[in-house]
Design a protein. Sequence first.
Length: 419
Amino acid sequence: YVGGIVGSVVTLVPPVLVATHEGAQEVAYFYFPWLFGTSCMALLWNITLSLVVEAIHDLARTKQLLARAVKLGLLVTVGGGLVLGVFAPWILRVIGPGYATGGTVSLQLIALSLPFIGVNTLYGALSLIDTRTWKVTVLKAASAVVMVGLAIPAMDRYGVSGMALAFLASRVFAALASVPPLVRCYRELSANAATVVLKLDREALGMTAETQVIALAPILARGLKLGLLVTVGGGLVLGVFAPWILRVIGPGYATGGTVSLQLIALSLPFIGVNTLYGALSLIDTRTWKVTVLKAASAVVMVGLAIPAMDRYGVSGMALAFLASRVFAALASVPPLVRCYRELSANAATVVLKLDREALGMTAETQVIALAPILARGLARAPEFSAGGSAVYLSSSHLGTFVAPDPDADTVLLARQRVP
């Protein structure tokens, strides 16, 4: 959670700094280059996380999926960076001649930062797989400090382009700091572990049966509480204090943007419903319905935006956004209710457990390639001592190293990094 909050600083603060330091007209020139850049960043994260999820559910295709993720990442960062950098004047001229004049350099600097963002994203993904995210969080915080620290002096000297230059400098800093752990992780993943594996002797295997109850509903309870805190609590704070929040940026923003912020705050609970439906669909690996719903709600928003702005000005855009979120939330309710009924019923299951008295083991030597196991996000490399050590591979969480596990059906005696 802390890492997500710190990462949001890098995404959300630059337009606010430009608005505060340079004024409303200059922030308009900066906003569209920043929108293109953040869209590429979001696409990069979606590619990485989606393909990791696919790899977990389809272990046989792990190598292919990760290779595809790298290729798509290069397409977004290098290919997208080249397109945005070379064609920046023409891309911004579609919006208006003033944007091409005032925002071209900013867009080119943001495009130049995309390959460095790719390095940061790869490091973040590997840290998520390894469940060691505190280093990434510290690095995000340090790069945010670099960006904010350089922003004001850079804008004093280069105007609105200074903000993009400060962002580029912070991405280069983060990428360079990511390289040593990335190289170290690559070396660990590329080295196979020579192991002696004791496996179950199936002929001597006995099983005992028992019935137990598995309560599935509490698994989602914590996520729902945090979601309510963000959507309802955050919505109330933004809605009630909207004039004072915007007045920090400038009196004009409080006058012109209060209603918009209040409408957006009102949409947060509906966004929470949509997000919950999307998360459950991702868990169930059935995302096509969510994709169709997203497309339909986007059509609703775009279709209502122009008429609403004609009638209500800038607040009309926020009203169209609210209407699209309400539409999506209402459409999400039936499948959510169906899923809730399934999850709220405890599952009575018959569990077959090993009969330890009738258990036999056979020994064989084999080489386990650690790289694919770690790449699919199921295990963390065990740190063995120089003389080797024993760990256990749990039968209930295949691919996850735990020690010790009295119910394990496989014992690994291993020394890492041996031929």
